[in-house]
Write a protein of this length. Structure first.
Length: 358
């Protein structure tokens, strides 16, 4: 592939990553065949968890590499390394859906719900919900283990992979600790804007863009100065990316997102959007929003809460912050001492990451 922006085909890249993941799961199917049909059911759910999606993490890893080393000697090996981040992402989603008690993911039943339904339909012994929970935990763990395996054995020389593995270790630690911070914030039922931003940064923003850039750059032999320049670009973009996700969790079209209307409100997510709304709304409306979070909501109730958020100014504030962060990312991307072709593609990815509808 050329580093020329005009020749960057994101559809082709997504297909390439999907092919890598399909091949990897086929390899795992051979290993797990002696375990029989139960292992095949777990693999089938892994295939569902790894289908679809924008593949942003793989793309930022790819262009993190190309930013440092424009010419790729082994594109297949690099594609496998990039695809490892999609296994990490799938792991986080499977665990996250269970912890949030989500019913759906991309229009399909969430993993814990799918296995719960199987248990109930088969009339097995024990608690169907507990069975679904166990399956989701184990599948998430398996996907996490596989992410390390795919990166470690991507096909690039081990001397090149080792620095990337160090970054990958930090990335996984950040994701897991950030997830626990999120769980704790939901349990306490309160979060100011600063706390909500910390959750956003460590649970999602860093592992969505900054760390994939770092992993790709580390594979290409980047030094600390280059990694720091990529952070100056990638971290604000990751924050803008997640803020857009938070808006979609409240305002997204279910037919596009594959999630119910106002899903983040039903799940009681204490996002930056919610924190700003609670700060900006009149006391009575703030109390109404706060008490409604985390409870079953009708479509009419979701619309009512959306109006409260809009009237508080929080929706407009978050849109403004997204634009500000994206502009900050562009500025630092222009200053980075990287390949100009890669810079052009990364500029196009800023818009794709912050203006999406799913």
């Amino acid at each position: 592939m050329s580093a020329d922006t005009a020749r960057w085909d994101d559809t082709d890249f997504r297909a390439r990553v999907q092919a890598v993941l399909d091949d990897f799961l086929a390899e795992q199917a051979v290993r797990l065949e002696p375990l029989g049909p139960d292992a095949e059911r777990l693999l089938a759910e892994a295939r569902t968890a790894l289908s679809g999606g924008k593949r942003f993490r793989a793309a930022f890893c790819w262009w993190g590499y190309r930013a440092v080393r424009p010419d790729v000697a082994d594109e297949d090996a690099l594609a496998r390394a990039c695809a490892s981040l999609e296994l990490l992402h799938a792991s986080a989603l499977v665990h996250d859906d269970y912890m949030d008690a989500s019913d759906t993911r991309r229009g399909h039943p969430a993993t814990h719900r799918a296995f719960e339904r199987e248990h109930r339909a088969a009339g097995w012994r024990g608690d169907p919900e507990q069975y679904g929970a166990a399956a989701a935990i184990l599948l998430g763990d398996l996907l996490l283990a596989w992410s390390d395996e795919l990166l470690r054995h991507c096909g690039l020389p081990l001397a090149e992979v080792a620095p990337a593995l160090d970054v990958f270790d930090r990335c996984r630690t950040e994701v897991i600790a950030g997830q626990f911070l999120d769980v704790s914030v939901q349990a306490r039922g309160r979060a100011d804007v600063d706390t909500a931003m910390t959750v956003l940064r460590y649970k999602s923003a860093k592992y969505s863009i900054e760390r994939p850039l770092h992993i790709g750059a580390a594979l290409a032999g980047a030094g600390e100065e280059t990694l720091a320049e990529l952070s100056a670009f990638g971290l604000p973009l990751g924050e803008a990316f997640q803020l857009r996700d938070d808006l979609l969790g409240v305002y997204g079209d279910p037919s596009v997102t594959g999630k119910p209307a106002g899903d983040d409100l039903v799940e009681g997510k204490r996002t930056v959007l919610v924190a700003l709304a609670l700060d900006g709304a009149p006391a009575e409306q703030a109390r109404e929003l706060d008490e409604a979070l985390g409870s079953p909501l009708t479509v009419e109730q979701v619309e009512r809460l959306r109006r409260i958020i809009d009237d508080s100014g929080a929706h407009a504030q978050v849109e403004a912050v997204i634009e500000e962060l994206a502009a900050h990312a562009r500025t630092w991307l222009d200053r980075a001492r990287i390949d100009d072709g890669a810079r052009g593609v990364l500029h196009s990815l800023i818009g794709a990451a912050t203006r999406r509808v799913v």
